[in-house]
Design a protein. Structure first.
Length: 328
């Protein structure tokens, strides 16, 4: 059974990302409004925390092969659909004259989830239509089974692992990493924050967890300033404090549930649709009103279509594979 606090946080994070991209691509509003919409730039890190929370370290991942197949079916179909679309869209737009990728990987860096790992100087090869987060998710899902080899899966152990991961992140970002968007290694602490929050929930130690995350946020803020790790700790506190939140009724709840269920597809599709119409608008083929309305409407329409005919069938297949593995 889904916890409604997770449903609500995931939906609000998704909406924040969309509003952030709308402002950046369509309106360019400044001042206080821009500062509020900038929350959408932080929201992807909330997705990392939520993912870490949902992958409970208290449960066995089961058969490793089945686990990886489920993750691949969860991530790849919609993601690869978006990448293939971008290959054709940008290919036609650029007359198939691609910007130089210093690594020589070009689109392979996306298919292999290396867009934010392998250095390159060209933006197209780092983050085409907000896909930079996918490599972080895949890296986390790849190494997640390793947590099940930890004999003492207590909050103290994972808190220590989290601290070590922050030191690694700091060193890696300062001396190794060369791209503009965070690498999978840099994103790992956010997933661990979510996993640690889940341990506190499983141990029924939510109050202690809030104190630990508050202390961690203060220390990080004093050392590194108000950065994404601080916000991740704050969202972990919100998760711990809102566990008893009950699902309501009415149109607001329906919108929240719709957005949360489709958050992954909506995240990828909206950025792709927005970027497409942004190019049409820049070339003078459409006016501003059509640009805005068409982007919003078609983003919602294509999200629903891709969700129904790509994401849902892939998830059903993953469940069948899981059931088959459990019976064998």
């Amino acid at each position: 059974m889904k916890k409604y606090n997770i449903v609500l946080i995931r939906a609000m994070a998704c909406i924040a990302v969309i509003l952030y991209h709308m402002n950046n691509m369509m309106f360019g509003i400044g001042g206080t409004t821009s500062s509020l919409l900038a929350i959408g730039g932080i929201a992807p890190y909330f997705f990392f925390v939520i993912s870490g929370f949902l992958v409970s370290v208290k449960k066995d991942v089961g058969d490793i092969k089945t686990y990886y197949v489920k993750r691949i079916l969860r991530i790849c179909p919609v993601y690869y659909l978006v990448i293939v679309y971008n290959i054709f869209f940008w290919g036609i737009l650029l007359n198939w004259n691609w910007p130089v990728d210093s690594s020589g990987m070009y689109w392979w860096r996306y298919f292999l989830f290396l867009s934010t790992t392998v250095p390159t100087g060209e933006g197209l090869w780092i983050n085409v239509n907000a896909t930079w987060t996918i490599s972080a998710f895949m890296f986390f899902y790849l190494i997640n089974p390793l947590t099940h080899f930890i004999k003492n899966k207590s909050a103290k152990v994972f808190a220590a692992i989290l601290v070590v991961s922050v030191f690694i992140q700091t060193f890696y970002d300062q001396y190794v990493y060369l791209n503009a968007f965070p690498s999978p290694i840099s994103c790992l602490p956010y997933f661990l924050i979510g996993m640690l929050a889940r341990i506190y929930v499983d141990e029924e130690e939510e109050k202690r967890g809030c104190c630990v995350f508050a202390l961690f946020a203060v220390v990080i803020a004093l050392i590194k300033g108000a950065n994404f790790l601080v916000y991740a700790c704050l969202i972990a506190i919100v998760i711990l404090c809102s566990g008893q939140l009950k699902e309501g009724t009415g149109i607001f709840t329906k919108i929240i549930n719709w957005t949360s269920d489709r958050s992954y597809t909506l995240y990828l599709i909206h950025a792709t649709v927005f970027a497409t119409f942004q190019q049409f608008y820049a070339m003078g083929k459409i006016n501003k009103l059509i640009y805005v309305l068409a982007s919003i409407v078609l983003a919602l329409v294509f999200t629903e279509l891709v969700y129904r005919y790509v994401e849902v069938p892939a998830n059903r297949l993953a469940k069948k594979i899981t059931l088959k593995a459990q019976r064998s």
